[in-house]
Design a protein around this ligand. Structure first.
Ligand code: NDP
Length: 271
């Protein structure tokens, strides 16, 4: 019997990653023979490590913080969504043995919001908090759904303005400070503040009971952002497990050509 195909996630740090567990369940669910590991790869070793992985027979990689932008230089080709995001979270060898960089974060978020949680984005006023790699990956897919407005607010104002300049012309996008004006239909937290146990200095007027709040971060118990939402009367507040599963499913399909059932896997995972 041949050895199972090899996949992995790389990041620095990586110990917290749920991806090996998720992909093992996807493989079981779809009857695919593969192995998926997590490796801590420091930035200085990134290029040599990725080359060695694929030269050694590796079939695909997921890439997480802090490597999503740095891996672009290793790719012979980029998908449209990786190019527009300026970041890749999925690498795969194409039929010619060339490395393709893709980004499944945006589609993962949009699928969780619109299909799993049934939150409408078209014609809605959206607030995206953060301007790092995760925010970059989701702006294109969010604008494609034609919100009335997408406001980007970030601690470092220049980074939000850079993203507005990058995506200008693709939809109604502008930057504000965290002291946003008016009420929003949907708030998406793409900052790492929750990981540091911090809430964001947002005005109470940004939300009401009918606003939906989504924190890309997740953990044991409610994140500070979800706590803030509930404390301000928001009824629908979620953490990013669904996005994690959906972006993983998109990567898995890219690699294996079959789509796992994320609802079934979610039930099997203790999240
Ligand atoms: P980056 O390091 O690229 O960006 C971090 C962002 O968070 C920046 O906008 C930064 O602002 C902001 N930030 C960091 N600390 C604070 C703070 N204390 N207060 C306010 N803003 C802060 O990280 P990523 O974009 O890759 O990841 C962001 C979050 O999204 C993480 O929590 C990550 O776990 C999550 N994520 C979840 C995914 C999922 O599948 N559920 C997928 C991808 C990411 P500044 O520019 O001022 O430094």
């Amino acid at each position: 019997m041949s050895a199972p195909d090899r996949y992995a996630v790389i990041g620095h740090p990586i110990a917290h990653s749920r991806s090996p567990q998720i992909h093992a369940l996807f493989a079981q669910d779809t009857g695919q023979s593969l192995r998926y590991d997590a490796f801590d790869v420091p930035p200085a070793e990134l290029h040599a490590w990725v080359r060695a992985f694929f030269e050694g027979g590796g079939r695909g990689l997921n890439v997480t913080v802090p490597h999503k932008q740095a891996v672009l230089a290793l790719c012979a080709r980029l998908s449209e969504r990786a190019r527009s995001a300026g970041a890749a979270n999925t690498l795969v060898l194409d039929g010619d043995g060339q490395l393709l960089g893709d980004n499944t974060d945006g589609v993962g978020l949009v699928r969780d919001l619109t299909q799993n949680l049934r939150i409408a984005l078209r014609g809605r006023r959206l607030l995206l908090l953060g301007a790092g790699g995760a925010a970059r990956g989701v702006i294109g897919p969010l604008l494609a759904l034609e919100p009335t407005e997408l406001v980007i607010a970030n601690r470092t104002a220049e980074r939000a303005q850079e993203l507005v300049a990058l995506f200008a012309g693709r939809g109604p996008i502008r930057a504000e400070s965290f002291a946003v004006t008016g009420r929003f239909d949907v708030l998406i937290n793409a900052t790492a503040a929750s990981l540091h146990g911090q809430a964001l200095p947002l005005p109470a007027s940004a939300v009401d009971a009918d606003t939906a709040c989504y924190d890309m971060a997740y953990g044991h118990g409610e994140t500070p952002f979800v706590k803030w939402a509930h404390a301000h009367g928001v009824r629908q507040a979620y953490m990013g497990f669904g996005m994690l599963l959906e972006q993983a499913a998109e990567s898995f399909e890219l690699w294996r050509g079959v789509r796992p059932d994320t609802a079934a896997v979610r039930k099997a995972l203790v999240m």
